[in-house]
Design a protein around this ligand. Structure first.
Ligand SMILES: Cc1ncc(COP(=O)(O)O)c(C=O)c1O
Length: 314
């Protein structure tokens, strides 16, 4: 079961403005200095590492990876070593801001490498830690593994508990989807509860059909591990709001970020949640999300990505 929980907020002004019944799951407000979906995933993953008697974590991600930041902070909390293999433009490290700054403050051992060297450097980091007498636990990038998926299947139970006594069950859940583990977990959680909810993943990096396939595979594996026999018929993974790729945002996404901040006091980001909210508004406009529909927007974090990006710099 989970150690962390987040608010489920009504959004009355946005609801009235767009004619839907919107609630927001505030995983952006989870702990670990910037919160986000990686907190739930790593809570489960680090618990597995502790069961295996590990005392060091190794993982990889981009220079502004939320996953790497939460890994560094959780390792520090446990008194474990942490090696992070990061890829990206080394020039983007100056000035050192956002997630990277927090990884450094947490004392993680950081290596910045070209993308094609990531996996070999992860293997080397694990070997070096072993040679130094540590017991490392290698975490897949983004926490894309069964424990990460399970964390989100359980997060749906948390939502159900928060809704107990109300007749409100979401018709749709909208969530940003990267490695797909978060979306996969939510799909499994919804099926396990028997909700008639569609789970719409808005891609932040991958195109279909791969994006959809990866989510389906992760969800199917989790279903099997939970002993659930339902099959995953279709995965709703949308790649129309990619804006040219990971960490790229269009003017539309930037406008949505500004307008949601001003209408709802809700801060989105250009890499993840801004794209998902832009998708939500377009789906309402296109009539795919109907008037009065109960919509749960899963806010997965991204504040540090907003702050470290140059999009709103004046
Ligand atoms: C803030 C935020 N939202 C959404 C995602 C996507 O999550 P997942 O990789 O589980 O699809 C990430 C992953 O990097 C993230 O950091």
């Amino acid at each position: 079961m989970y150690s962390y929980s987040s608010l489920l907020e009504r959004q009355d002004r946005v609801s009235a403005l767009f004619g839907i019944d919107l609630r927001v799951k505030r995983d952006d407000l989870l702990p670990k200095s910037g919160g986000g979906n990686k907190v739930r995933k790593l809570d489960y993953i680090v618990r597995d590492a502790a069961i295996d008697n590990c005392d060091a974590l190794v993982t990889h991600g981009g220079i502004q990876s939320n996953h790497a930041r939460v890994t560094a902070l959780m390792a520090a909390e446990k008194g474990w070593r942490c090696k992070l293999i990061l890829h990206g433009d080394p020039n983007a490290c100056h000035p050192c801001t956002g997630n990277l700054l927090l990884m450094q403050l947490a004392g993680a051992e950081i290596e910045i490498v070209p993308s094609d060297q990531i996996m070999c450097r992860v293997d080397q980091a694990v070997a070096v830690l072993h040679a130094e007498g540590a017991k490392p636990y290698a975490i897949p990038g983004g926490g894309h593994c069964p424990a990460g998926v399970l964390a989100y299947a359980d997060a749906v139970i948390e939502v159900a508990e928060q809704l107990a006594g109300e007749s409100w069950i979401p018709d749709s859940i909208i969530v940003p989807s990267g490695t797909g583990a978060t979306q996969a977990g939510i799909i499994v959680g919804v099926i396990r509860l028997g909700w008639p909810t569609r789970v719409i993943g808005v891609s932040v990096g991958r195109a279909n059909p791969r994006g959809r396939q990866v989510v389906a595979q992760a969800a199917e594996e989790a279903m099997q591990s939970l002993g659930l026999s339902n099959c995953i018929s279709t995965v709703d993974f949308r790649d129309q709001w990619l804006c040219g790729g990971y960490e790229k945002a269009s003017q539309q996404v930037l406008n949505v970020i500004k307008s949601v901040a001003q209408t709802a006091g809700l801060i989105l980001d250009p890499t993840y949640t801004g794209k998902a909210f832009a998708a939500l508004l377009d789906l309402i406009e296109a009539g795919e999300i109907r008037r009065g529909e109960k919509v749960l927007f899963w806010h997965t974090g991204g504040l540090l990505n907003l702050i470290s990006s140059s999009y709103f710099m004046v």
